[in-house]
Design a protein around this ligand. Structure first.
Ligand SMILES: [Zn+2]
Ligand SMILES: [Zn+2]
Length: 145
């Protein structure tokens, strides 16, 4: 895989857009790997980049397929698309809300494609969310909220 920031630059160029400070910053913030809510993303970009620029950049990134939405429960978070990071799944802790990446598993991927194509379906992408308790929450007594 090419250096991600160069890859971003190439893609922007291909769409006749240039690398700007907000674009570089939003991209960098998303490179931490964990999916972020738009609020978290704004926080990570502040005070350099204002809220409106973050929204505009995310819109553009979504249109160009740089960023994708991950549906976690009834909310969505943003992460770099599989062009910019390795395909993976997520685990969602239902108690503290942590989102943890589940490493890619070739056999699982292959099996999913097989199951879909057995139904005559040409699969392009999928998301898997594993819900449960993270290690920290398993070891702490339940908090009544
Ligand atoms: Zn937890
Ligand atoms: Zn997968």
């Amino acid at each position: 895989m090419a250096v991600p920031i160069e890859q971003l630059q190439n893609l922007l160029q291909k769409h006749s857009r240039s690398m700007t400070r907000p674009r570089a910053k939003v991209f960098e913030a998303l490179q931490s790997g964990e999916p972020l809510t738009i609020q978290e993303l704004i926080l990570r970009c502040s005070p350099d980049i204002d809220r409106a620029s973050v929204y505009r950049t995310v819109q553009l990134f979504e249109r160009l397929g740089i960023v994708q939405r991950v549906q976690i429960g009834w909310k969505y978070r943003l992460e770099l698309s599989s062009d910019f990071q390795l395909h993976h799944h997520h685990m969602h802790c239902v108690r503290c809300g942590a989102i943890i990446a589940l490493p890619e598993d070739t056999l699982l991927e292959k099996r999913l494609h097989e199951l879909a194509s057995a139904q005559g379906f040409e699969s392009q992408d999928h998301t898997i969310e594993v819900r449960g308790l993270c290690p920290a929450c398993q070891n702490s007594p339940a908090i009544q909220s």
